[in-house]
Design a protein around this ligand. Structure first.
Ligand SMILES: NC(=O)c1ccc[n+]([C@@H]2O[C@H](COP(=O)([O-])OP(=O)(O)OC[C@H]3O[C@@H](n4cnc5c(N)ncnc54)[C@H](OP(=O)(O)O)[C@@H]3O)[C@@H](O)[C@H]2O)c1
Length: 246
């Protein structure tokens, strides 16, 4: 249903913003969640509105690791007039925090925070917004990664919380009779500031020999959202990297 409402977390910049842009241009009303990227999100919405000549979305702001902020954002989503009228056509759990630190040096506090961001917030938002998803005949998509079953040095905190998110989504896909649930697993798409050198080495292992584009992730999300028979899938958008990753 073009015109439905889609909530995307962490959508102020990078892959989340590309996904928001694609969905807004395809006719959806996107609730662009940000933690800090308010200006970028405003620009994203303004540009979409100019391109499409309509109100394409709104911004919701919260630190998803803060229980109060999360609850207040949930309330805002539920009370939004578009959500009350149409329900939700999708939730995209995209927000993430990717940083390298050795297992010995990663504090329990940092680990808990990542679990809250990658697992607890998606769990809570999906659970609390099920009535709206049902009303809007919507689906849920989580953006995971390709680390499943692999060891990435200095990233145990990140890969394990993403594995939890992936498993949460697959379990829900099997459990919920009326809400499709899927994952998109990006490969090497957009390097973080700290990993430029590592990123170049990774690309040597990608069969297609190049990084993907943010728009590829946006296209994968769009495809999953608009193909209601797809559920329980993990769509790898990685140029074949998973085949060669040791
Ligand atoms: N980039 C890649 O090549 C790649 C590869 C594999 C998987 N992925 C996955 O694809 C998704 C998008 O990737 P990306 O590189 O675009 O992500 P990113 O820039 O690392 O993070 C996306 C957004 O998450 C938000 N965020 C961080 N901490 C938060 C918190 N405590 N509460 C609420 N929001 C928070 C930030 O919002 P603000 O900016 O508003 O603070 C940030 O812009 C992520 O799930 C990532 O794990 C990406």
């Amino acid at each position: 249903m073009a015109g439905g409402v889609v909530l995307i977390t962490g959508a102020g910049q990078r892959l989340g913003a590309a996904t928001a842009r694609r969905l807004m241009d395809a006719g959806f009303f996107v609730m662009v969640h940000v933690r800090t990227s308010l200006e970028a999100a405003e620009e994203l919405l303004n540009e979409a509105e100019q391109r499409n000549g309509r109100n394409c979305g709104c911004i919701v702001q919260a630190d998803l690791t803060d229980d109060e902020a999360l609850a207040s954002m949930l309330d805002e989503v539920k009370k939004h007039r578009r959500v009350q009228a149409d329900g939700l056509f999708g939730i995209v759990h995209n927000a993430s925090f990717y940083s390298q630190s050795s297992f010995e040096e990663t504090s329990l506090e940092a680990y808990r925070k990542l679990n809250r961001l990658h697992m607890e917030a998606p769990y809570f938002l999906t659970q609390q917004l099920l009535p709206e998803l049902r009303q809007g005949k919507g689906s849920v998509i989580a953006i995971v990664d390709t680390s499943w079953g692999r060891a990435w040095s200095g990233l145990a905190h990140y890969t394990s919380s993403k594995a939890g998110l992936r498993q949460l989504m697959l379990n829900l896909a099997g459990e919920l009779p009326d809400v499709p649930v899927n994952c998109v697993a990006p490969g090497a798409i957009m390097a973080a500031d700290w990993e430029a050198e590592h990123f170049t080495k990774v690309l040597e292992k990608v069969p297609l020999g190049r990084s993907g584009k943010a728009e590829d992730i946006a296209a994968a999300v769009h495809h999953l959202l608009t193909t209601p028979s797809l559920s329980g899938q993990v769509l790898h958008v990685d140029g074949g990297w998973s085949l060669n990753e040791g």
